[in-house]
Ligand binder design. Structure first.
Ligand code: TEU
Ligand code: CA
Length: 581
């Protein structure tokens, strides 16, 4: 069987781009990126080849967790602009055949949300029931759960000796009680309100966390703090059958909201139980797609940064292959190298002997040419890098500060703990976008809320715009190739199949559809590698090469139709990737 057999949807052939609004483009000099800033860059994104924009939270928020703590779901926060600006963004996107998706953060809200402030006044009353309030056990927290951002998930309610509320993330992010129908209905209403305004869908934050084991049992501690890690708590909650299952909760959410609008949804799903992928992203699945985090889980996610390890090429290759083979017949995964929670891709996935620019193009090609929906993250298209800060106080991210202290607690020196932050901090991806070599990288005329990476003079959009060999030019050609009408079916629905698997340091795969196929082949080693092609592959023509002098597409595609002498072998330099078709 060639070509995967999946029911078609409007989002399958789309390319998405994540915008972290605070750091994208500031229009009024207050140092904070905003909606008019995004609007001013729509043409840039369109030219790059982007269809769907995921905007990270722009709702009213105290910004304890950069907007993932929402105080009012119906209001755009002043620093990002107004509802009028948002409506302009929607209409300007529409003019360009682009789609806007919002971030849906409904596992928790902010402790400044009126529901929670009212709940604190009367924890046993109507508003208290919208959260999880519990009495302590044996004079302490109800259970020993470590929150994602450190410390116990249970926070003592001010003014009460023995009463606690539950927060999976920071204590300023109380979890909403999804077993309360009032909460669930309010979420449906809010989601539909945004869909009515014309958003095309949502990226859905930490959604797996909404399922709780409401008996809240304690587990075997796994650290000096006597607590048990979040992953275990979530997995056990998912397996718990006391209230509605996560499947029922999500199916109802979809039926009452997304399904009515043919909305595109991408779930942030960790800890999924075995065998439920079909239920999540198959036909009538809960979501259109979920992120493929398999590479990132290998590096830093599960047990904290102190326990992280550098991913090897073999691991990277095998992980991608496994994930593609397991998912492509079920549905579309959302493929990422970077996002606002992860370091820059080139800093964690590339072997040090690969040239930085070639390496960015290589990573991009592997990601974009897989089966699934590519999600680029702002700055990835110009090869933005991690930032090196030499003081823990220079970091802003709540998670980074916690990981630093966890590492110290486990015996790391200050220098080593800081080195972990330099490598893994979420702030690495949150530095302002580098638009030009002007002051502050052209991001703002004022003082940016977070430092611009000093390498903006070398790495910026303006510089790469007209350089035919730049990372940006390469991404444009790469996305154009993926969308090229002749190859669209190959790259969207074509079956992923590993190729030349036995050749050391080579990562190669086919995308096969009924009308044809493509071969993506790359060298991750230190030396040139010559590959003897199979008979079938000798007829292929190179459509894209990260070491070519000019990525302008068309020449290659036209040439592919011309008569061509068969080539029996190809030689790739270290870091070189080619797409043949
Ligand atoms: O992230 C969910 C999540 O599980 C993260 O804690 C993730 O494990 C971590 O960031 C990896 O380093 C989402 C958002 O993407 C994140 O920005 C928010 O902080 C979090 O939810 C809470 O809303
Ligand atoms: Ca601004």
């Amino acid at each position: 069987m060639s070509q995967t057999n999946i029911e078609k949807h409007w989002w399958h052939n789309k390319i998405a781009y994540e915008i972290y609004p605070k750091s994208f483009k500031d229009s009024n000099g207050d140092g904070i990126g905003d909606l008019p800033g995004i609007i001013s860059k729509l043409d840039y994104l369109k030219e790059l080849g982007i269809d769907i924009l995921w905007i990270c939270p722009i709702y009213e928020s105290p910004l304890v967790d950069q907007g993932y703590d929402i105080a009012d779901y119906y209001k755009i926060m002043d620093c990002f602009g107004s509802m009028e600006d948002f409506m302009t963004l929607l209409s300007e996107a529409k003019k360009r055949d682009m789609y806007i998706i919002m971030d849906l953060v409904v596992n928790h809200c902010s402790d400044k949300h009126t529901w929670f402030t009212k709940a604190l006044e009367d924890p046993t009353g109507e508003y208290g029931k919208r959260f999880y309030f519990e009495r302590g056990r044996d004079g302490r927290e109800p259970s020993n759960y470590r929150s994602y951002f450190g410390g116990n998930m249970w926070e003592r309610v001010p003014g009460h000796d023995d009463l606690y509320y539950y927060h999976s993330f920071a204590k300023e992010q109380p979890d909403l009680n999804w077993n309360n129908p009032v909460v669930v209905q309010a979420v449906y209403d809010m989601v539909n309100w945004w869909l009515e305004k014309g958003v095309a869908g949502f990226r859905i934050d930490a959604i797996i966390n909404i399922k709780k084991d409401t008996s809240f049992p304690s587990y075997e501690p796994d650290g000096p703090d006597g607590l048990c890690e979040t992953e275990k708590i979530v997995s056990n909650a998912l397996a718990c059958r006391d209230n509605e299952s996560i499947g029922t909760m999500l199916a109802k959410l979809r039926a009452n909201t997304f399904a009515k609008y043919d909305a595109f949804t991408v779930g942030e799903v960790f800890n999924m139980e075995d065998g439920v992928l079909e239920e999540f992203i198959g036909k009538n699945g809960h979501f259109s797609s979920i992120f493929d985090f398999s590479l990132h889980l290998l590096t830093n996610c599960e047990h904290g940064w102190f326990a992280s390890h550098r991913i090897t090429f073999e691991e990277l290759k095998q992980t991608i292959i496994q994930s593609q083979l397991q998912t492509q017949d079920v549905g579309f995964m959302a493929n990422i190298i970077e996002n606002h929670d992860e370091p820059r891709g080139l800093n964690i996935f590339l072997p040090e002997w690969i040239d930085r620019e070639a390496g960015c193009k290589l990573l991009g090609t592997i990601m974009v040419m897989q089966h699934g929906i590519p999600f680029l993250y702002q700055g990835q298209e110009i090869g933005m890098t991690n930032i090196k800060l030499d003081d823990i106080n220079a970091y802003n991210d709540i998670n980074t500060i916690d990981q630093y202290h966890q590492a110290i607690e486990r015996g790391f020196s200050k220098e080593d703990a800081l080195a972990l932050c330099n490598l893994y901090s979420r702030d690495n991806a949150r530095t302002p976008m580098q638009w030009s070599d002007e002051t502050e990288g052209g991001f703002t005329t004022g003082t940016p809320w977070f430092p611009v990476n000093p390498n903006y003079r070398q790495i910026n959009v303006a510089k790469q715009m007209d350089d035919p060999t730049s990372i940006l030019s390469f991404y444009r050609a790469l996305l154009a190739l993926r969308k090229n009408k002749i190859y669209e079916n190959v790259f969207v629905y074509g079956r992923f199949e590993p190729a030349y698997e036995e050749i050391k340091d080579v990562f190669a795969f086919y995308r096969r559809a009924e009308e044809g196929y493509a071969l993506i082949v790359s060298n991750w080693g230190k030396e040139n590698i010559t590959i003897e092609l199979s008979d079938e592959d000798t007829r292929l023509w190179c459509m894209l090469d990260n070491m070519a002098e000019d990525y302008k597409l068309g020449t290659a595609l036209r040439a592919s139709m011309a008569q061509k002498e068969a080539q029996k072998s190809i030689t790739l330099k270290p870091g070189q990737v080619r797409v043949y078709g």
